[in-house]
Design a protein around this ligand. Structure first.
Ligand code: GBH
Length: 454
């Protein structure tokens, strides 16, 4: 059942930033070109059984060669901004050595093409593609990586800073910590459970140092893209509410509190973190110009299942040793990925952020929101976007200061461990030919944005 999306959307502010998002590893391909080094995901996807369809991102959507076509699509869509990521291994192929000018050349061309098309470039410095040479030495588990990341941030700002006016440091450090280092579903495929926590602290510190590096180059409008969603306890029992609280702490507060309050949400947890944590927090908590939220769905969480059974977490088997277990959310439509579609939870999330962080919360931008469905006549995606934009407007009407909204994603692309089996694009990709075909949602969004401008 597709809810009716024919009523015009409520009016958003005239200067609201409307955009779409993508990332390097998921789109660029051309992994051996222009002097690019190898990334953690290049190596991970070569390991048998790690990617659902046995695929990899060697070609992806060939965006590296077809970026002009993609920029033309952005223009046709009427996007005000494009959020892309810079591949660290393109810019610093071995992670800690010389800067590869040819790698930066690509982003230079992309930024110029976007500006010519009237689209604001919004680069993300890191969207999970750690240089393999650093990953092999421990990646984000090691403090040394943080300094290399700051040097890389400086190199990008030195090259693009004259034309880029809005920046994102990291994408979803929570997901990389949990999925990459905690349970091994993503690169680098480590299963450290709670021993993954140093990767969280080091990413946050890397964010702080990157903010300093960017500002030293005169950059403005710096934010981060953190994944967040409401956690709903499976029941009112003490076991379930306690488990849900721990999950919420790890996925939401662990990554937002240090940035917005300058402290970790729990002292016992902070005691597990490496290095001079109090000093680091001063770097991590430098005021942000805006806060980016990636929202997909709420999560229902309860106590671990009896008998030590693994829990299914959107196709991921979570190890039974974890002290919480995600549970099914019934009663809502589901995306092709199986995630529940709950627009009201976006309102709930934004209100909970305003309540928890108050004046410490800078203006918010939704840096990702979207859904996977097959097909070009994607009426379910239209309903999804329509519902979430209304939910966003409701939060704004209640006083949450939201300045922009980015759809994930411009085109179908490499969906990490799902390979090419999940399609998030407004534009369909026929992978054998790389032919791009705008979906029904593309036309719907173009018209909705046009109506907002009119
Ligand atoms: C983002 O991560 C990434 O930034 C982006 O690269 C990616 O392509 C995009 O989203 C789509 O996946 O089993 O129902 O509880 C998404 C973060 C965290 C969202 C896990 C879904 C579990 C769903 N995801 N969450 S469920």
């Amino acid at each position: 059942t597709v809810p009716d999306a024919s009523t015009p959307l409520p009016r958003f502010p005239a200067d609201f930033l409307w955009g779409v998002s993508a990332s390097a590893q998921q789109t660029e391909g051309a992994v051996d070109e222009g002097g690019r080094g190898r990334s953690s995901w290049d190596a991970f996807s070569e390991r048998p059984g790690r990617i659902k369809d046995g695929s990899d991102s060697r070609v992806a959507t060939d965006h590296y060669h077809r970026y002009r076509e993609d920029v033309a699509l952005l223009r046709e869509l009427g996007a005000g901004a494009f959020r892309f990521s810079v591949a660290w291994p393109r810019v610093v192929p071995d992670g800690d050595g010389a800067v590869n000018a040819r790698g930066l050349d690509f982003y230079d061309r992309l930024v110029d093409a976007l500006l010519t098309a009237g689209v604001t470039p919004v680069p993300t410095l890191f969207h999970w593609d750690t240089p393999l040479a650093l990953e092999e030495r421990g990646g984000w588990l090691r403090r040394e990586t943080v300094g290399h990341f700051a040097a890389y941030a400086d190199a990008v700002a030195a090259r693009l800073g004259d034309r880029v006016d809005r920046w994102i440091t990291l994408n979803e450090p929570a997901e990389l910590t949990l999925l990459g280092y905690g349970i091994g579903q993503h690169a680098p495929g480590r299963q450290l459970l709670f021993d993954a926590l140093p990767a969280a602290h080091h990413q946050l510190l890397g964010h702080g140092l990157a903010v300093q590096a960017l500002r030293a180059r005169g950059a403005r409008n710096i934010g981060i893209a953190n994944s967040h969603g409401p956690t709903w306890p499976a029941s009112g029992s003490a076991a379930d509410t306690g488990a849900a609280d721990l999950y919420d702490l790890l996925l939401n507060r662990l990554f937002a509190d240090p940035l917005l309050l300058g402290r970790y949400p729990d002292d016992d947890l902070a005691a597990l973190l490496p290095g001079p944590v109090a000093e680091d927090l001063a770097v991590i908590a430098q005021p942000l110009d805006w806060y980016g939220l990636n929202y997909y769905q709420p999560t229902r969480v309860g106590a671990p299942l009896p008998g030590g059974a693994p829990t299914d977490f959107g196709g991921i088997a979570l190890p039974p040793e974890l002290p919480f277990a995600p549970r099914e959310i019934g009663g809502y439509p589901r995306t092709g990925f199986g995630w529940p579609v709950v627009p009201a939870a976006l309102t709930e999330l934004l209100l909970s952020f305003r309540d928890r962080y108050g004046d410490r919360l800078p203006p918010v931008i939704i840096t990702e929101n979207g859904c996977a469905y097959d097909g070009i006549d994607d009426r379910e995606r239209i309903a999804f976007l329509d519902g979430h934009l209304r939910a966003l407007h409701t939060a704004m009407a209640a006083g949450v200061d939201v300045r922009g909204y980015f759809v994930w994603s411009l085109t179908d692309n490499f969906e990490w461990a799902e390979g090419y089996t999940q399609r998030f694009g407004l534009v369909h990709i026929d992978y054998p030919t790389q032919v791009r075909t705008p979906k029904a949602s593309f036309r719907w969004l173009r018209d909705a944005w046009r109506a907002q401008r009119g």
